[in-house]
Design a protein. Structure first.
Ligand code: DPM
Length: 353
């Protein structure tokens, strides 16, 4: 029972491994980690869980709102066996994880769409009804590009900070008429009542992986991998693999104007993907589909069964391959139509701001 992991000896002499979860300190991160802890306890009532917060505050893969920084330091707590799993919003995880790490579970997706949160003085309005030149707060290039095109009478400005900070900036100042946030984050924070409008794909398509939680683990820790794998939600996994493969093939990071929309209907997976110039005036958008056969084909070796960072040994290999191929093929079509130029220009203009 020696080794890098933590064990406890219970009253009856039984020795149990303690599963340690790392979390960032933000309220959203804590809520997300707690919700996964609860699910694990339901499924494994004997599980000894510990949640480490703060001392692993560096476990953030991207600095949101900043340029997409990938700091090596971040996964160190996992690497050093200080924690065994970390809960993230899937949309904040890069499409390629560093060697040694994998996503061991992708949970059932919440509402993936973006939502409008109004300044209290605008209660009852929609984006269409706001006065001309109203300022909308968002730092997402993806949201700004789509909404500028769709609502040219409105203006868009950056808003920074975690969700609590943003809502406070909206309510307590007069800088913004409304802000745009993911419906899923608002729901998890218990702020669903602040949603005045959910944006459908005709107004604003969502970010790759938006609304899904992911559990990051050490790739070699097969026990933990197996333990969390039962939290995989097959439809969500397949949709998110297609979305992530699309983004990866485009060589987009977390802060590029790339948006997606996916659906799973009658064993067919549909993927719509788009790239935009910063003001939305240039746009390439296509939809493709693939049949999903949930056969029993299992991977030759567990290590081989990784799709855009996700390990899902309990889902059909054929289905995972088809989902990944869908994303790759759709990206190649957009690239053949000039997506690279649109994204390169957007990145350069954004960096110069
Ligand atoms: C990423 C983006 C944003 C987050 C870019 C995008 C939004 C940044 C902003 C990659 N990560 O969406 O185009 O609004 O300035 C983030 C949120 C959640 C996870 C908050 C949000 C919660 C929803 C979820 C920030 N990451 O998007 O409102 O779990 O999907």
């Amino acid at each position: 029972m020696e080794g890098p992991f933590k064990y406890i000896r219970e009253g009856n002499g039984k020795v149990t491994r303690v599963i340690r979860m790392g979390t960032r300190k933000s309220q959203l991160a804590r809520i997300q980690t707690d919700s996964v802890a609860e699910k694990l306890k339901e499924l494994y009532p004997d599980l000894q869980l510990e949640i480490a917060a703060g001392n692993v505050s560096s476990l953030l893969l991207f600095q949101i709102g900043e340029k997409s920084l990938f700091t090596k330091e971040l996964e160190n707590a996992l690497e050093r066996n200080e924690v065994d799993l970390v809960v993230h919003s899937l949309k904040d995880l890069p499409t390629s994880l560093p060697p040694g790490f994998t996503i061991g579970a992708v949970l059932q997706r919440e509402n993936p769409h973006d939502a409008v949160v109004l300044h209290p003085k605008n209660a009852g309005l929609t984006l269409d009804g706001l006065p001309e030149k109203s300022v909308i707060g968002t730092s997402s290039l993806r949201r700004a590009a789509q909404l500028k095109k769709r609502f040219p009478q409105l203006e868009f400005e950056n808003i920074r900070g975690n969700l609590n900070t943003r809502l406070r900036k909206l309510d307590e100042k007069d800088d913004y008429a409304a802000i745009i946030l993911a419906a899923a984050g608002l729901k998890r924070m218990g702020w669903e009542t602040r949603i005045s409008q959910v944006l459908g794909p005709e107004d604003c398509m969502y970010a790759v992986g938006q609304g899904a939680l992911a559990i990051e683990v050490r790739a070699r820790d097969r026990d933990i991998l197996e333990m969390v794998s039962i939290l995989h939600h097959p439809d969500t996994v397949l949709r998110c693999i297609a979305e992530r493969a699309f983004l990866k093939q485009l060589e987009g990071g977390c802060s590029v104007p790339v948006a997606v929309y996916t659906e799973m209907k009658n064993s067919v997976l549909y993927l719509t993907g788009a790239v935009y110039s910063l003001d939305g005036s240039d746009c390439l958008k296509e939809t493709m589909q693939t049949n999903i056969e949930l056969d029993n084909k299992v991977p030759e070796s567990a290590e081989e069964n990784v799709h855009v960072g996700i390990t899902a040994n309990n889902i059909s290999q054929t289905a995972l391959d088809a989902a990944e191929r869908l994303g790759v093929v759709l990206a190649k079509i957009l690239l053949s139509k000039g997506a690279k130029d649109i994204l390169t220009t957007a990145r350069q203009l954004n960096d110069a701001r």
